[in-house]
Design a protein around this ligand. Structure first.
Ligand SMILES: *Cc1c(COP(=O)(O)O)cnc(C)c1O
Length: 365
């Protein structure tokens, strides 16, 4: 079976480094928010070209704490896309704020400028731009300018796009803040949960630093409302330091696999994603087919795993009841019905890539 992801193959590539990192933390006797976390925060900020990085417990917390640090509070409206797995919406709901949904572009599957303009006119407090499937939002620079002009905070969700470059800069450096997840299967993953808020703004970094520890401004002194316990532990930070130097090479390998699919898959019932060069880190290879379920069953029979990222658009999630029943997001809804994710990860072998290509091309629809 060709898996959609292979965590043991990834760990195997850095086995010695991971063992040494874990042993170092065990011997140090310091396990939460210590020197390893600080070291990783500074290395990751340097890698991105950002000023500040604060490690937190996971990517969803990173969204929640970043939004709070940007001033989002109970009752505020926050704009997000509805095709990115509900993570941002869950964070917005956790704050007691209200999601306002933006449709995406059918080809890039990302948000574009007109939708941002539309929601700014609706009075949102913040916009979350998600760089989905590893592809940088092409207009992120213009979106940042537009938000700044209107005093609307911009958060970039980079949980699928560690290292993607657009307009000569890495994603996560355009908005007021950016959220990252280090869930094991992300382009940069820990061996457990982890996340970070990255920002160019010292005030935002300072507030996230307080919010991730109960709202403490000093030990046992709570000054900020909305504080949580959301810390990155030393073990995960040490492991992330092992994987970080290999991130660009791993991203290049993912791009190579995506390019191979792009050049080799030919099927009248399959539409391939755009080839975006450096502005994509190929987190997920997501094609479209009007007969998605039949293709999925065919691949399964050929021993190839596939998945759907994501089957239920946020505004159709049961948690909302009929709150968004009147809302149509044409592209988002169409994509949810047609998208299919093929295996694409750095450790994937060439012969497995070839098998996936042959299986798709051999599908008799
Ligand atoms: C994975 C992911 C998150 C959430 O990260 P967790 O660490 O799982 O909480 C947020 N946004 C996007 C786009 C993601 O892919």
């Amino acid at each position: 079976m060709i898996k959609i992801n292979d965590l043991s193959a990834l760990t195997q590539t850095q086995k010695e480094g991971v063992k040494n990192a874990v042993a170092r933390v065990v011997d140090s006797g310091w396990v939460v928010l210590g020197p390893e976390v600080r070291h990783f925060e500074s290395a990751f900020a340097d890698y991105l070209g950002a000023r500040h990085c604060a490690g937190v417990a996971n990517g969803t917390d990173a969204i929640e704490l970043a939004l709070k640090a940007l001033g989002v509070a109970v009752g505020d409206r926050v704009a997000t896309v509805a095709n990115a797995g509900m993570y941002t919406s869950a964070a917005v709901l956790a704050i007691g704020a209200e999601p306002v949904f933006m449709d995406v572009d059918l080809d890039s599957r990302n948000v574009a400028l007109p939708e941002v303009r539309r929601v700014i006119a609706l009075g949102v407090k913040a916009v979350v731009a998600t760089h989905l499937y590893g592809l940088a939002v092409a207009e992120i620079e213009a979106i940042a300018q537009l938000c700044a002009q209107h005093g609307v905070a911009l958060l970039e969700d980079c949980a699928q796009a560690h290292g993607a470059i657009v307009s000569g800069r890495r994603v996560g450096t355009f908005g007021d803040a950016a959220s990252f997840s280090f869930y094991p299967t992300k382009n940069l993953g820990a061996l457990g949960d982890g996340g970070a808020v990255v920002t160019q703004r010292a005030d935002v970094a300072e507030r996230v630093g307080h919010l991730r520890q109960y709202g403490w401004t000093a030990k046992y002194q709570v000054s900020l409302p909305g504080g949580r316990n959301s810390r990155l532990d030393e073990m995960q930070a040490a492991i992330l330091m092992v994987f970080l130097p290999h991130l660009d090479a791993a991203n290049a390998r993912r791009r190579q696999i995506a390019a191979r699919y792009g050049a080799s898959i030919h099927h009248p019932d399959v539409q391939l994603p755009m080839d975006a060069g450096e502005s994509s880190v190929a987190h997920l290879y997501v094609l479209r087919s009007a007969r998605r379920e039949a293709l999925r069953a065919h691949l399964q029979a050929q021993g190839i795993s596939s998945d759907v990222h994501y089957p239920i658009p946020d505004h159709r999630q049961p948690v909302f009841g009929d709150r968004y029943a009147g809302l149509r997001l044409e592209n988002t809804e169409r994509l949810a019905a047609e998208i299919l994710t093929l295996p694409c990860y750095a450790e994937m072998r060439d012969e497995d890539v070839a098998r996936v290509v042959a299986a798709v091309n051999g599908w008799r629809a």
